[in-house]
Design a protein around this ligand. Structure first.
Ligand code: ATP
Length: 305
C-alpha cells in the first residue's frame, strides 16, 4: 500500500520553491526562501528596493542560475517544456526600433510553436488602436500592454510580471490590473513583483513579503491582514508626538516624510488616549490597515523611502 496518497496533477502546485538561495560575491540577494504557487492564482512577491524580488524571479525563470535550492514546475524540475509554457515580462525591456506594434507582436509569436490567437491577444491587451503605430510613438502604459502581449505570445500557463506598473499613471495602472484579472479568470497563473501594496491587495490571492533576501510573511493576502492588521491605521502630522510627549500604549513610527503612523487594534481606546494627551487632532487621518502597515509592523520601517 502506498504510504503517501498520490496527488492528482491539478493538486500539484504549478511552482514549488524550496530553500532558494542566490548569493553574489558580497550580497546574499536571496537567502533560503520557500513557497508554493497554486494554479490559476495570482501570487505577489512584494518588498522594498533591493529586497531580492527580481533576483528571485530571474532565478525561477531560468535567466540566472541559483546558488542552491530546488525549483519544481508542475511537480518536477524545470525542463524543455518550461521555456515553451511560461511567459516572461521583464523589467525595463527595450522594444525593437522601427517596428510597429503589430510587427513586434508577430515577430514574437513566430518564436513559438504554440501561439496565442492573434486577435484574442490584441483584444486581451487592448492594442487595437495602436497596432500600426511605431514602437517609438507609444505611451508608457501602451508599452507595458505590448510587453504583456509579447509575454503572452505563446499562450502560457504561467506568466511572470516584474513590476508591470512601475512608472505608470493611476489610469494606466488600473487598465493593466483589469487585464491581469481577465488572465486569472481565463486560468493563467500570474506571478508578479511589485512595491505597490495597493496593487498586491487588488490582484494577489497570495503574497510573500521579502526584505533583505528573506520572506518575512507569506500567505493569503486577506488572512495576513486579518491576522496582523485587525484595527486601524492613524497618521498624524510629524510635530504631534515627540520624545517629550507622554508615552502612548500603542507603538508609533515616524514615516520617511516625517508623519507619525500609529497602528492600533483598538481604535476607540487609542483615540481616547490621544485626546487625553491634548494632541492636536485636526489633521488626523484614520484608515483601515493595509499591506503597507503590515510591512511597517513587521520591519519597523516604511516600505517606500
Ligand atoms: P527593485 O525593487 O529595486 O527591483 P529587488 O527587490 O528586485 O529590487 P534585486 O534587484 O533582486 O532586488 O536585488 C537584491 C540585491 O542583490 C540588491 O542588494 C542588489 O544590489 C543585489 N544584486 C542584484 N543583482 C546583482 C548582481 N548582478 N551583482 C551583485 N549584486 C546584485
Amino acid at each position: 500500500m502506498a504510504l503517501i496518497a498520490s496527488r492528482s496533477p491539478m493538486d500539484i502546485p504549478i511552482l514549488e520553491i524550496q530553500n532558494l538561495t542566490k548569493h553574489y560575491a558580497e550580497v546574499k540577494a536571496v537567502d533560503g526562501i520557500s513557497f508554493a504557487i497554486q494554479r490559476g492564482t495570482c501570487f505577489g512577491l512584494l518588498g522594498p528596493n533591493g529586497a531580492g524580488k527580481t533576483t528571485t524571479m530571474e532565478v525561477i525563470e531560468g535567466i540566472i542560475p541559483e546558488t542552491f535550492g530546488d525549483i519544481l514546475y508542475k511537480g518536477a524540475p524545470r525542463g524543455e517544456s518550461f521555456t515553451q509554457e511560461v511567459g516572461i515580462q521583464l523589467q525595463n525591456t527595450e522594444l525593437p526600433l522601427f517596428l510597429t506594434v503589430e510587427e513586434t507582436l508577430e515577430s514574437f509569436r513566430n518564436l513559438y510553436t504554440q501561439r496565442a490567437n492573434k486577435k484574442s491577444l490584441i483584444a486581451a491587451c487592448r492594442l487595437e488602436e495602436i497596432l500600426k503605430r511605431d514602437n517609438r510613438k507609444i505611451s508608457g502604459g501602451q508599452k507595458q500592454r505590448l510587453l504583456l502581449a509579447m509575454a503572452l505570445a505563446n499562450d502560457p500557463d504561467l506568466i511572470f510580471l516584474d513590476e508591470p506598473t512601475t512608472g505608470l499613471d493611476p489610469q494606466a495602472r488600473r487598465h493593466l490590473w483589469e487585464i491581469v484579472e481577465n488572465l486569472k479568470k481565463g486560468g493563467t497563473t500570474v506571478v508578479l513583483t511589485t512595491h505597490y501594496m495597493e496593487e498586491a491587495q487588488n490582484l494577489c490571492d497570495e503574497i510573500a513579503i521579502m526584505d533583505h533576501g528573506h520572506i518575512i510573511a507569506t500567505g493569503k493576502t486577506n488572512t495576513l491582514l486579518d491576522a496582523h492588521c485587525k484595527g486601524a491605521s492613524i497618521t498624524l502630522p510629524g510635530t504631534s508626538i515627540d520624545s517629550g510627549t507622554a508615552p502612548l500604549s500603542t507603538p508609533w513610527f515616524r514615516l520617511s516624510d516625517g508623519r507619525i503612523s500609529i497602528q492600533t487594534e483598538d481604535l476607540d481606546a487609542t483615540l481616547r488616549e490621544l485626546v487625553a494627551m491634548n494632541i492636536d487632532l485636526s489633521r488626523i487621518v484614520v484608515s483601515p490597515q493595509t499591506l503597507e502597515d503590515l510591512f511597517l509592523k513587521l520591519t519597523g520601517k516604511a516600505l517606500r523611502n
